[in-house]
Ligand binder design. Structure first.
Ligand SMILES: [Zn+2]
Length: 105
């Protein structure tokens, strides 16, 4: 993937998001009843299930924003999210300053 042309579409990011979504779906579907039970007492298992669910949700929201033509804009301040951040984290919902101020709040 080269960055020499300036695409306004996000085809490769959509592909990356769909791969992450499918990954997490498979992972979540592979969770057994025993693991769900273990998660109630094991914070490590609980955290890994929780993070898979959270990422799946964030990825689905990002794909929905893509369909709505709102992808790439911070959901908080509506400013464009830097391309480098989207390459690194395609399901990012906001820009770094907004997420930092949210964490402080
Ligand atoms: Zn923002």
């Amino acid at each position: 993937m080269t960055a020499t042309t300036h695409h306004t579409d996000h085809d490769h990011l959509r592909t990356a998001l769909e791969e992450t979504r499918d990954d997490r779906r498979v992972l979540l579907q592979s969770i057994t009843a025993e693991e769900l039970l273990a998660a109630e007492t094991d914070p490590v298992i609980a955290a890994s299930i929780g993070s898979a669910r959270r990422i799946l949700q964030e990825v689905e929201e990002a794909l929905a924003r893509m369909d709505a033509g709102e992808f790439g804009f911070c959901v908080h301040c509506r400013r464009p999210i830097p391309a480098g951040r989207l390459e690194f984290l395609p399901h990012a919902s906001g820009c770094v300053p907004c997420l930092q101020s949210q964490r402080r709040a």
